[in-house]
Design a protein around this ligand. Structure first.
Ligand code: SF4
Length: 184
């Protein structure tokens, strides 16, 4: 029998961190959309440049199957404040804290005995130059998080369906991640 997710333990854990909201999702309910992949391909300069992006993450069908191999997912947001939301550099600088938080959530679930898979923000920038264009394996597969969009996940739809906040206005940014998990 699998490990039952302990909400009280999880809430005690996240109370130490600036998680703004979270929801527990059934992985089977998470859908993937081809239109997201098209946006990656047509509008993102990271497309075809990292292991965390399409096409390296696999076909949309492979991404969907990967998500559906898990039982549940913790989908959560964290909030950051900046002096100017139009300043891309400042905005992206707040992303590191969210990525670290995502790694902590992943670690917590692993320590609870789950097998996990994490999807997070933007594409991976752990290395100054990704190994993907050189045809070499990812240097940090245990730390690398593909972005939610790379797997065709529509964040705004989940947020709406789950009645979460997508935008707090002012000079704030909400970052979103998802840690999928299954009993082993
Ligand atoms: S960890 Fe390095 S090699 Fe792996 S996806 Fe990230 S940038 Fe690329």
């Amino acid at each position: 029998m699998g490990t039952e997710f302990n909400t009280a333990d999880f809430e005690a854990f996240i109370s130490q961190y600036p998680i703004y909201e979270y929801r527990l999702l059934n992985a089977a309910d998470i859908t993937v959309e081809k239109r997201v992949r098209i946006v990656c391909q047509q509008e993102c300069e990271r497309y075809n440049s990292t292991w965390a992006c399409p096409p390296a993450v696999g076909t949309l069908e492979e991404c969907r199957d990967r998500i559906h191999k898990y039982d549940q997912a913790v989908f959560f947001s964290s909030v950051a404040e900046v002096s100017d939301v139009m300043n891309m550099e400042e905005m992206l600088a707040t992303r590191d804290a969210h990525e670290n938080l995502t790694t902590e959530v992943d670690r917590f679930l692993k320590n609870m005995g789950y097998d996990t898979f994490t999807l997070s923000t933007e594409s991976c920038d752990i290395c100054e130059e990704c190994a993907f264009p050189q045809g070499k394996p990812c240097r940090h597969p245990d730390r690398m998080h593909p972005c939610l969009e790379s797997h065709g996940v529509v964040v705004s739809e989940i947020v709406e369906k789950q009645q979460m906040e997508y935008n707090l206005g002012g000079n704030t940014i909400l970052w979103f991640s998802m840690v999928l998990f299954r009993s082993v």
